[in-house]
Write a protein that binds this ligand. Structure first.
Ligand SMILES: Cc1cc2nc3c(=O)[nH]c(=O)nc-3n(C[C@H](O)[C@H](O)[C@H](O)COP(=O)(O)O)c2cc1C
Length: 327
């Protein structure tokens, strides 16, 4: 078996596979199952900023569960008073019962009062904090700089309060994306998790209602992540973690070749079971043996944009016209 260990945000992971924040990581039993399956680390189900800042009754009333997948699990299946104390207890018991790194997660949209609680995650033993920053730039009157500033305000304030590493889990809705990602690194983001998969709305055409689109990702969605990990690798200070559409060991190999430190996943595990994890580790290990790689560092970034002969290939944004036969 090859050495598949990796260092992520300074944490030692026995392999680069991380179970991402989801219903798989919402309680101790689930977390133990993930560890038994062999995952390198876990990101706990997110605590929502609104759970810290707002009355639960009001919050539950405001949320449309059909339309908000990350929150759906959480509020629909857990009791309403699953507040910060319960969350901190979960972090604490995860730390006591697991030997792999435990990453706490907050789903947030502002630099408001919730940040006062950030250090409590550290106090109860979280090895790191992942911030799932969820700001959809949907307001036609709000310019991009204003929205980007919110991300930076959140990051800076959280970094002031905690000593553990902080990862930003982001969507791909940024203009000047590479530059913005570089600045996140300069402002202290220890890692960038690229990309979160946001809720996608669908329309019921018969009764004119909105419903959630596909909740779980599909393997073909991985391309966007692969492209941006490859573009950013070696150019930003933050560790890069690939997320969305990772289904098998080959996907893990591709993301490491692109430059990722680790991968996060949950859809493939929900669809195909936790046994996907040992299969991925095995496939990764076999690949390394086939190519004579002794560690992940031996091939990490080998296919990043700065390492390949035709770096512009990662920037082709249109179909290559000659291939599709269009003038
Ligand atoms: C049912 C469900 C619940 C999720 N809940 C959270 C959450 O609480 N916090 C979070 O950061 N991401 C959440 N996610 C997003 C996943 O962690 C992950 O980023 C996304 O599904 C893309 O990865 P995948 O393609 O492996 O599914 C959730 C995803 C699903 C499907």
């Amino acid at each position: 078996m090859s050495n598949v260990a990796t260092k992520y945000m300074g944490l030692e992971l026995k392999n680069p596979i991380i179970v991402s924040s989801s219903r798989l990581t919402r309680d101790l039993e689930g977390l133990k199952r993930c560890e038994e399956a062999g995952t390198g680390a876990v990101v706990l189900k997110s605590l929502f900023e609104e759970q810290i800042d707002v009355e639960s009754d009001r919050m539950v009333g405001d949320l449309n569960f059909d339309a908000y997948t990350d929150a759906y699990d959480y509020f629909n299946e857990k009791s309403r008073d699953y507040y910060i104390d319960e969350y901190l207890e979960l972090v604490e018991s995860a730390k006591k019962n697991l030997s792999i790194p435990v990453i706490a997660s907050v789903n947030c949209v502002s630099d408001g009062g919730w940040i006062d609680y950030a250090e409590r995650f550290e106090k109860v033993g979280a090895d790191a904090l992942e911030l799932n920053v969820f700001i959809i730039p949907a307001d036609v009157d709000t310019p991009g700089e204003y929205i980007e500033k919110k991300y930076f305000d959140i990051l800076k304030k959280v970094k002031k309060r905690v000593n553990i590493p902080v990862a930003l889990k982001l969507g791909s809705h940024f203009s000047g994306m590479a530059h913005t990602m570089k600045r996140f690194g300069l402002e202290g983001a220890d890692a960038l998790v690229l990309f979160n998969r946001f809720y996608r709305p669908d329309i019921n055409i018969e009764n004119f209602t909105l419903k959630a689109g596909q909740i779980l990702s599909a393997p073909q969605e991985m391309g966007l992540t692969l492209q941006w990990i490859a573009i950013l690798a070696g150019k930003v200070k933050s560790d890069l973690v690939a997320n969305t559409g990772i289904y098998n060991g080959k996907d893990v190999v591709k993301q490491i070749l692109a430059g990722a430190k680790a991968v996060e996943l949950c859809s493939s595990l929900m669809k195909n079971g936790l046994e996907v994890i040992p299969r991925m580790v095995e496939e990764l290990s076999q690949y390394m043996e086939r190519h004579g790689f002794e560690s992940l560092d031996d091939f990490r970034g080998k296919m990043s944009q700065e390492s390949i002969d035709h770096p512009e290939t990662y920037e082709r944004s249109q179909y290559i016209k000659s291939i599709v036969g269009i003038e």
